[in-house]
Design a protein around this ligand. Structure first.
Ligand code: PRP
Length: 207
């Protein structure tokens, strides 16, 4: 399936500012919102629309509106920072949080929060997590969404290790991956190199 790495100059510029170790949390939060908004523009280019008629001051125009219900699925904690940029563009999107943390020893995701209703309420799910490292968190989240009955799922992230891309594609070949930049490798404690450190800690000031 598709892996889309952004080539947009604004995305590259802002992502570079996020990587800098002296970028403080306030600025980091601003940047994560902005980069996500730009990435959202690219990741939503194929959303379905339906024709509607509206009255303009000058007459009748045939326009379009989004035809599908969109769900944003931020993976806690770091995915939270990606919600607002997208929400500004699609204020009608539903937000369903999934809580996962990585066990520091095994690097396997551990689930701690999931309040999805019994039946799916949206047609397109955008899974949000700035970091795709081993891919374990994204895979587990998409497993949950598929069991829930989600029809179409896309993954949106900022930085990925090639190892994470490979694992996610293998586990969920039907899920397109939209990423701001693919980095060099994963280190032995599961961090993306050169990366930007821990995206959760950098947003929330908990480093
Ligand atoms: C980080 C990151 C991703 C995950 C990526 O979260 O935000 O969710 O690790 O790693 P993976 O691809 O190897 O699963 P972390 O577990 O540190 O939790 P946090 O966001 O709450 O800090």
């Amino acid at each position: 399936m598709m892996v889309y790495e952004s080539t947009h100059p604004l995305v590259k510029h802002k992502l570079t500012l996020m990587r800098r170790k002296n970028t403080e949390p306030k600025k980091f939060r601003e940047l994560i919102r902005e980069v996500t908004l730009l990435l959202c523009y690219e990741a939503t280019a194929d959303l379905a629309t339906q024709e509607i008629t509206v009255e303009t001051p000058m007459g009748t125009a045939i326009g379009q509106e989004l035809a599908e219900k969109i769900g944003l699925i931020p993976i806690l904690r770091a995915g939270l920072g990606m919600v607002n940029g997208i929400w500004e563009m699609m204020p009608g999107a539903e937000v369903w949080h999934i809580g996962l943390y990585r066990d520091e020893r095994t690097l396997k995701p551990v689930s701690y929060y999931n309040k999805l209703p019994t039946n799916p309420t949206v047609q397109v799910c955008l899974v949000l997590d700035p970091m795709l490292a081993t891919g374990g968190s994204a895979i587990a989240t998409i497993d949950i969404l598929k069991k829930w009955g989600a029809e179409r799922i896309k993954f949106l992230g900022l930085l990925a290790a090639p190892e994470g891309i490979e694992a996610l594609q293998t586990a969920h070949p039907d899920v397109p991956i939209y990423i701001a930049q693919i980095d060099d490798h994963l280190n032995d404690i599961g961090f993306i190199v050169p990366g930007l450190g821990d995206a959760g800690d950098r947003q929330f000031g908990t480093a």
